[in-house]
Design a binder for this molecule. Structure first.
Ligand code: CAA
Length: 380
């Protein structure tokens, strides 16, 4: 679909596709099996500018805006869902809040390293008892002079094992409930930052997920993002953009699985004809194609609104919800169309189905997106 895409967007899409096909694809099955982090691949993505797409040039970013960002995300996810997770977290959850809420000193210190992909970041919001209910943070950040003393355990932390920097949310004044939460930039090599266990996941296995423990970590006040008590608002506004990134990932995964299924359906013969000529398969492919196109339009609308500086929280949730449901539907159907071939690693679609599942869960489950959408409706 070329609707609304400029020459620049088509060009960057081509660069991303070439990279995904030539660099990511040859090792994607092996990295999934071994749950191996794509260090060299991410380094190359840094060189291409894909690790800093929303960051202005003065901080070494590519500054392309959201539409180009989601187009590149789609292309990476079309081949390698796990690597697209790493890219999405870096762009949406780490660089964007530093750019939006960090002091000039913090921006100059960290953004160039991040945008070039030399440092990776991880977003520490979720806790064992604060997932969907993100406001019920148990981690604490108690003010002591010009520092905060940070304590707590964060779970499901994407890129946790490879991050040099963490954005951490913690409660500084429980009486104020969500208005007591603060957000901090914390370096990995500070005393008291402990990398905990690595999860053995169903999908996006090339991306690592860890528990991260903070034990009496001294965080300078200069490393708080935003004003005192603004942390929860920051967490939510970051996730608005993050949900656009995950919608792009979901569309990309769905597109990848669809292409494999459509090609297979034209090549595979049963009962004397290609299986695409059997209505049962033809209608599945038509349904898959239609849902992908619809998800992509919702995604581009959200990205377009973000680029225009409009409020995009509703569109981001609508796009994330529909795209992740689409990714799960399309990848499951792709496995079904390939039959036995779909169930083995060599043909990619079983991995895509496992990768798609997380898009219905992280950065707000499908049920949370429905909640967010319905709350918008109540205010209309
Ligand atoms: N954008 C901006 N502000 C928002 C917002 C949004 N989307 N949603 C809420 N807020 C603001 C509200 O305006 C409100 O502000 P005031 O106090 O000034 O009125 C404040 O935040 C509190 O809002 P709510 O009362 O609606 O908060 P709530 O406790 O009911 O929770 C929720 C709302 C939507 C359920 C929220 O908790 C949520 O999004 N939960 C899901 C958490 C999530 O997505 N976690 C993902 C973890 S990170 C991750 O997954 C990364 C990864 O691995 C890749």
């Amino acid at each position: 679909m070329k609707f609304g895409l400029s020459e620049f967007h088509l060009q960057i899409k081509g660069v991303a596709r070439d990279f995904a096909e030539s660099v990511l694809k040859p090792t994607v099955i092996e990295r999934d099996i071994e749950a191996r982090f794509p260090e060299e691949e991410v380094r190359q993505m840094g060189e291409l500018g894909f690790m800093g797409m929303l960051v202005p040039e003065e901080y070494s970013g590519l500054n392309t805006g959201y539409l180009a960002y989601v187009i590149v995300m789609e292309e990476i996810a079309r081949v390698d869902g796990g690597t697209s997770t790493i890219m999405s977290v870096q762009n949406s959850l780490i660089e964007w809040p530093i750019l939006r809420y960090g002091s000039e000193e913090i921006k100059r210190r960290y953004l160039p390293l991040l945008a070039r992909g030399e440092w990776l970041g991880a977003y520490c919001l979720s806790e064992a008892e604060a997932g969907s209910d993100a406001a019920s943070q148990k981690s604490t950040a108690i003010k002591k002079g010009d520092r905060y003393i940070l304590n707590g355990t964060k779970v499901w932390i994407t890129t946790g094992g490879h991050a040099s920097l963490f954005i951490v949310f913690a409660q500084s004044n429980p009486q104020l409930k969500h208005k007591g939460i603060n957000a901090f930039v914390v370096e990995r090599n500070w005393n008291g930052v402990i990398i905990g266990k690595k999860e053995d996941k169903m999908g996006i296995r090339t991306s690592d997920t860890h528990t991260i423990i903070f034990e009496d970590v001294e965080v300078p006040e200069t490393h708080r993002l935003g004003v005192e008590g603004e942390g929860f608002k920051i967490a939510m506004s970051v996730l608005n953009g993050g949900r656009i990134g995950i919608a792009a990932q979901a569309v990309g995964i769905a597109q990848g699985a669809f292409e494999i299924a459509a090609k297979y359906a034209t090549e595979r013969h049963t009962f004397g004809k290609p299986i695409i000529d059997h209505q049962a398969i033809a209608m599945k492919l038509a349904e898959m194609k239609t849902r992908i196109e619809a998800a992509r339009l919702l995604l581009y609308e959200a990205a377009y609104n973000a680029d225009l500086g409009r409020d995009y929280s509703l569109q981001a949730s609508v796009a994330k919800y529909y795209a992740s449901e689409t990714a799960m539907f399309v990848t499951t159907e792709a496995v079904q169309i390939l039959g036995g071939y779909g169930y083995v690693r060599e043909y990619h679609v079983e991995r895509m189905m496992r990768d798609a599942k997380i898009t219905q869960i992280y950065e707000g489950t499908s049920e949370i997106q429905q909640l967010v959408i319905s709350r918008h409706l109540a205010r209309m």
